[in-house]
Design a binder for this molecule. Structure first.
Ligand code: AMO
Length: 440
């Protein structure tokens, strides 16, 4: 018989149907066997009555078995209806079970109520925990974030390109870079598509990419990964860094709206409250932010200060977001545009949300002579970034851009405690799929 999706069973009351999926739960009640079945569209309860031709197979069927189940869709008696769960008003009266694939005994309880794993166990067993509705909800929200980023960028006339992962030089500087043995030469895994998005911008004006970036992050924190999905944008013909700020704000607003609209079910399941973005996100210079915090000037914000600043802004304005701009020029990468009136500070910016930085960007240097001065002052090897420099030697408009990590954004939207919960296959200092502690 043709397969009916579990999500469509509500329209099939009184009909005989066949569903295909997994057994989430089996419960024996006297001579009857109850099941929760699951497919990509949801869950439904099934019952094999003592007289069912399938009763013997039902007794053999265990959690995570893959099955094709035939039965009649019955409306539940009024007293058994449950409005809180999907298909809570119906039940499948089972007449046949065809076991398509067996499963070994599970290493832990995967049922909706019993699922309460420590994070390392959840990550070690990703192949199984991915099947859990709570875990799936997180990645459904993440898929909406990435889709909506693409949608927004395309609506705004941005062109999508593929940035390389193997690069000859580091864009962001610092030690947090993975070196690759590239035949008999040395190369790096890209920390950011920064230089490439700037190159492509000089040809296409508005560009974006959705790419993996790699950071040899030597510390284990709740917000750092070594492999990140980076959502990057770059735009030409700006008047000031404020154009970049405004574009990034509109982009984040669009993503939040889409998540609220498309993932209401997931947000409810996860008990998540969306961060609030007010009509105009509060925007402070770093100096103003430090003053507000009563901290010494000209240093970047530390994580504790980021948290406190967000709390203060939330209290004062109701906004979960705050932009901070104007960082000490020397503390940021060479490509960031220094403020012409006060070149000690640059036109870079960060967007903080609920105590954590979730987006960075700003205006870039587009004048070739100024760029070369910075290349020298930052101790960069011009030969290693020749392709980037060529783009700027031959006419580059005033420009800027921004980037954010899909995992960081997912974590902050959902209020998760650890970025690893928002990462399907976590890479960090101690983990590639499974924990590395025993292998090295
Ligand atoms: P930055 O280094 O601030 O800026 O990174 C941009 C955004 O990427 C995310 N992110 C991370 N997420 C998880 N783990 C990490 N180790 C990690 N590192 C970064 C954060 C962060 O805000 N080229 C600039 C962007 C630009 O100016 O366009 C850059 O890479 O969400």
């Amino acid at each position: 018989m043709q397969r009916t999706l579990i999500g469509d069973l509500g329209q099939q009351i009184g009909q005989e149907v066949t569903i295909k999926g997994w057994v989430s739960v089996r419960r024996d009640q006297g001579k009857m066997v109850f099941f929760d079945f699951r497919d990509r569209t949801g869950t439904v309860q099934g019952v094999a009555l003592p007289a069912s031709p399938a009763i013997e197979v039902a007794k053999e069927t265990r959690n995570e078995y893959v099955v094709a189940v035939t039965g009649k869709v019955n409306e539940r008696p009024e007293k058994n209806k449950n409005a809180k769960v999907q298909n809570g008003d119906i039940e499948l009266e089972i007449t046949g079970i065809d076991i398509l694939s067996k499963a070994e005994a599970l290493p832990f309880d995967m049922s909706a109520d019993g699922y309460n794993l420590e994070l390392p166990t959840e990550l070690d067993h990703r192949a199984l925990t991915l099947r859990h509705p709570r875990v799936q909800a997180i990645f459904k929200v993440q898929a909406t974030i990435i889709d909506s980023f693409r949608e927004f960028m395309k609506q705004e006339g941005f062109f999508e390109f593929q940035a390389p992962a193997i690069v000859p030089a580091t864009a962001e500087g610092g030690a947090e870079v993975f070196e690759v043995k590239y035949f008999d030469k040395k190369a790096f895994l890209s920390q950011s598509p920064q230089l490439y998005k700037q190159i492509v911008m000089t040809a296409f004006e508005r560009v974006f990419s959705v790419n993996k970036v790699f950071r040899a992050e030597p510390s284990v924190t709740t917000r750092h990964l070594t492999e990140v999905v980076s959502l990057d944008a770059e735009m030409a013909f700006i008047d000031s860094w404020r154009d970049v700020r405004d574009m990034s704000e509109a982009c984040v607003r669009y993503i939040l709206e889409q998540v609220a609209e498309k993932n209401a079910k997931e947000l409810e399941l996860l008990g998540a409250t969306m961060p609030s973005m007010i009509a105009e996100t509060p925007t402070l210079s770093l100096t103003e932010a430090l003053e507000k915090l009563g901290a010494p000037a000209d240093k970047d914000l530390n994580p504790e200060q980021e948290r406190r600043l967000c709390e203060m802004i939330k209290e004062e304005t109701g906004s979960d977001f705050v932009y901070v701009y104007g960082y000490p020029t020397k503390q940021k990468p060479f490509y960031v545009y220094p403020n012409p009136e006060n070149p000690e500070f640059n036109e870079g910016m960060d967007l903080l949300c609920r105590g954590v930085e979730w987006l960075s960007g700003g205006r870039r240097i587009n004048d070739y002579t100024q760029l070369m001065e910075h290349v020298e002052q930052w101790g960069m090897d011009p030969k290693k970034i020749e392709m980037f420099l060529e783009a700027f030697r031959y006419g580059a408009p005033p420009e800027g851009g921004f980037a954010f990590g899909a995992e960081r954004m997912t974590m902050q939207i959902l209020g998760l405690k650890n970025i690893r919960e928002a990462t399907m296959f976590v890479r960090d200092m101690n983990r590639i799929d499974q924990s590395l502690s025993e292998e090295i």
